[in-house]
Design a protein around this ligand. Structure first.
Ligand code: NAP
Length: 302
């Protein structure tokens, strides 16, 4: 697959990172197009600045149109913002001079599936999505690869899956496949695990702030607790990892928490109650709490 030509449409964070590190892995990144010519030129500079290790991409070009970049490649990455993937793909697919059946097309959105590339699939292209579970910063020269050791989902038709797995491994990442129909649920899981964790920790820091502990100090204090909890989930699973007043059935403590939160941080009262209700459901899976504690906790957390 190393002799196949890769084109990148959308030269932002992910597009440039793919270009640089696929090129470093020996792939021939042959063309770039972006909304602005400058971004595409910077992407080309980025792969050339990596020197000898990107030799196979020496003949890469910048194109003014996505259609021109797509026409020369075997593997195409559409790394525009999510809301533009479908229209960029349609523009390319509707061009009768392009042999779509010879191409494999990917996007990198977590929330969207390969179905948004339907216009290309209808013309015979292999289509898939490759989603790196990573947060990408703008590329800076000489930086270590953001792909090493991360987990990347791949979804799509049979050929796209095979091509995608090979590219992911060449990047030094681990692949896992997901069914096309499950892409939205998969993305929701990533949002809950990452974004909502940030929101919960921000809530905890607000509470510490009210207890006269500053944000910086607050995080230092909480970090070993957070890391220990993550380690317990990993080794023992969510149900066994639960500790604290709800897991012990200590409803009086929960009642005191809510009294203070309702009084001093009312914006978060609802969140504490909802998280408490779900924590109680998780605790009940252990089958250790007596009925009376469950009833008291249910009432307090309403
Ligand atoms: N960033 C992350 O951490 C991350 C992680 C996983 C997956 N992703 C996914 O990766 C994809 C790209 O995200 P990103 O963070 O790299 O976005 P980004 O940094 O905003 O880059 C998007 C690029 O698309 C270009 N663009 C906009 N409209 C275009 C058009 N009509 N035709 C061609 N190019 C166009 C922009 O152009 P100009 O620069 O030329 O103006 C920009 O360079 C998205 O699907 C996103 O969901 C992102």
């Amino acid at each position: 697959m190393y002799n196949q030509k890769i084109a990148i449409i959308g030269c932002g964070r992910v597009g440039v990172a793919l270009a640089v590190f696929l090129s470093k892995a020996g792939y021939r990144v042959a063309g770039f197009a972006s909304r602005s010519r400058l971004s595409a030129q910077n992407a080309l500079k980025a792969i050339l600045s990596e020197g000898d290790c990107c030799k196979s991409s020496d003949l890469a070009k910048v194109f003014d149109s996505s259609v021109d970049a797509a026409s020369l490649c075997d593997i195409l990455f559409i790394t525009t913002p999510d809301n533009l993937i479908q229209s960029v793909c349609s523009d390319i697919s509707s061009n009768s001079s392009i042999d779509m059946a010879s191409k494999t097309i990917f996007h990198c959105s977590g929330a969207l599936s390969s179905c948004v590339l339907e216009s290309a699939a209808k013309k015979g292209a292999n289509t898939g999505s490759i989603h790196p579970l990573q947060s990408f910063a703008p590329y800076s020269e000489g930086e270590p690869s953001p792909f090493i050791g991360i987990n990347v989902s791949v979804e799509g038709n049979h050929t796209a899956l095979a091509v995608g797995k090979e590219l992911i491994h060449a990047l030094g990442a681990n692949h896992f496949t997901i069914p096309t129909k499950s892409k939205t649920l998969y993305h929701a899981a990533a949002v809950v695990a990452s974004n909502y964790l940030v929101t919960l920790e921000a809530f905890a820091l607000e509470l510490l702030n009210l207890a006269d502990i500053s944000q910086d100090k607050g995080y230092q204090i909480l970090e070993p607790l957070i890391q220990g909890t993550l380690s317990n989930i990993k080794t023992r699973g969510s149900v066994a990892a639960l500790t604290g007043p709800i897991a012990r059935g200590d409803f009086k403590i929960v009642e005191q928490h809510l009294k203070d939160i309702d009084e001093r941080l009312p914006d978060f009262s609802k969140l504490y109650r909802i998280m408490g209700q779900y924590t109680l459901k998780l605790t009940q899976k252990r089958g250790e709490l007596d009925e009376s504690s469950i009833c008291q906790l249910t009432e307090i957390l309403k």
